[in-house]
Design a protein around this ligand. Structure first.
Ligand code: GLN
Length: 485
């Protein structure tokens, strides 16, 4: 078995026993990136020098017997996380030469834990997209089939884990951007409860929805990586000051006494038959593990996508106002005055989808339309949130598909934004409700594409979904399949 095939916890054991060094593991990953990334395009920036320096420091720490769960583990970050001295582009031309002067919370916590940061991962520009085709650095290819998308917006983060280019990665999820690419690439992805992980130093898309989370090879790694980044941060006023449980300690055991809810509205026509079959199989496994299966209803599901595209674009139009060519990023200045410079910089710097969202959001917030669109959407959001709270009176965890289809072909949905938006129909409601949810592999199509299973938890119910996912994972072996790249 190659070093790059090990999970975080497996590599950790070898590191603390000094059977392998962090420098060796880091070199193995750098070689793997060099060998496959021309075909995958998961990385925007590889920081080989920085990574090897961090690995040497980790080896000293391990030699002193002071290594923790992540010390010396080669990881990579979506290019939305601000990293000191390492270019951070958000996959946009407008930030293509931006080198941040500080580390955001995610990079800082991982560095404190002694992790090695291999580099920055491709994504949809400003995290807007479901296929990673909206990147100024080119599309990412799915390691299971290079003609297919990896999902988005954390497509590089998912593909890198599947293609063994990093032991694990961090992504962000505003409407499904961790869970949907995790499903399409056959890895585990967790969107924590809003407020669980600091957003300090995460380039903002839609601030009331954005959350940071792990993308890993298995559920145990997911618990470990969440542990490292979860917790209150005074630098993010929306991060919640509640104790962080021991997530790994929550794993183990069967599902006796766990009430698994199936939301009626998520098992609809239009659901791909391969997806349906795999998810049905997962329900059977959960029942055999002792879970009680109950039907629940989330009656406002049909309004979620429309509601999301008002709230998210409104927030995005405001967040993206800061890219004006003045303080950082691209500037196109032909000496024709300030307004001209603003317009030309933004016209040249933003891609088509980002411009579409800025226009939609600006419209929804404009006087005369605000009440009809933005305010209405906020009210619908409350109804969606209530749906979940009611469902959680009958169930401890909800089980659903992650997406209506498996990974689709490159270029298949780029001409029709609405089709693209609908691929997040099962993930978006969870962000609107502010709850947590996990995606893990639950099968493969006959042509070899992975299918994802979504487990949704109560707010701050990460332990329950991790435990449920772990029990399911231990009873199956989907997570052991390796992409053919
Ligand atoms: N695909 C959704 C969008 O385009 C969600 C993206 C995300 O979660 N960042 O907005």
């Amino acid at each position: 078995m190659s070093l790059t095939d090990l999970t975080i916890h497996e590599l950790h054991e070898r590191l603390v026993r000094r059977e392998v060094s962090s420098v060796e593991a880091t070199r193995a990953y750098l070689e793997r990136i060099a060998a496959v990334d021309e075909r995958i395009n998961a990385f925007i920036t590889v920081d080989a020098e920085g990574a090897l320096r961090q690995a040497e420091a980790a080896d000293r720490r391990l030699a002193a017997g002071k290594g923790g769960a992540l010390t010396g583990i080669p990881l990579a970050l979506k290019d939305i996380f601000v990293t000191e001295g390492v270019r951070t582009t958000c996959a946009s031309k407008i930030l293509q030469n931006f080198i941040p002067p500080y580390d955001g919370a995610a990079a800082a916590r991982l560095k404190e834990a002694g992790a090695v940061l291999l580099g920055k991962l491709n994504m949809d520009e400003f995290a807007m997209g479901s296929s990673n085709e909206n990147s100024a650095f080119g599309a990412v290819k799915n390691p299971w089939n290079l003609q297919c998308v990896p999902g988005g917006s954390s497509g590089g983060s998912a593909a890198a884990v599947a293609a063994r280019q990093a032991a694990a990665t961090l992504g962000t999820d505003t409407g499904g951007s961790i869970r949907q690419p995790a499903a399409h690439c056959g890895v585990v992805g967790l969107k924590p409860t809003y407020g669980r992980v600091s957003r300090y130093g995460v380039i903002a898309y839609a601030s009331s929805l954005d959350q940071v989370g792990p993308m890993t090879r298995d559920v145990e790694d997911c618990a470990l990586l969440l542990q490292a980044v979860a917790g209150h941060d005074p630098a993010d006023s929306t991060s919640v000051d509640t104790p962080v449980p021991d997530y790994r300690a929550a794993l183990g055991g069967d599902l006796k006494g766990v009430r698994v809810g199936l939301p009626r509205e998520y098992f609809i026509e239009g659901l791909d038959s391969d997806v349906k079959e795999a998810v049905m199989g997962a329900i059977t496994v959960c029942r055999e593990l002792g879970a009680e299966i109950v039907e629940v209803s989330l009656p406002h599901t049909e309004y979620a996508v429309a509601c999301y595209y008002l709230v998210a674009t409104a927030e995005a139009s405001s967040n993206l106002a800061r890219y004006d060519g003045v303080r950082y990023g691209l500037r196109v200045d032909e000496g024709k005055g300030l307004l001209d410079m603003y317009m030309k910089s933004r016209a040249a710097g933003f891609g088509a989808e980002v411009k579409r969202r800025i226009m939609l959001g600006t419209y929804a917030l404009s006087s005369g339309y605000y009440d009809a669109y933005y305010l209405k959407a906020q009210k619908v959001r409350t109804l969606i949130r209530r749906d979940f709270l009611e469902a959680f009176e009958k169930a401890d965890v909800l089980l659903t598909p992650v997406a209506p289809t498996t990974a689709f072909g490159l270029g298949e949905k780029t001409a029709d934004p609405l089709q693209m938006y609908l691929s997040d129909i099962f993930t978006i409601p969870v962000n609107l409700a502010g709850s947590c949810a996990l995606s893990l592999p639950c099968g493969f199509t006959p042509s070899g594409l992975p299918v994802g299973l979504q487990l949704v938890g109560r707010p701050f119910g990460e332990e329950t979904i991790l435990r449920t996912a772990h029990a399911y994972e231990q009873a199956t072996d989907w997570h052991r399949r390796v992409a053919p790249i």
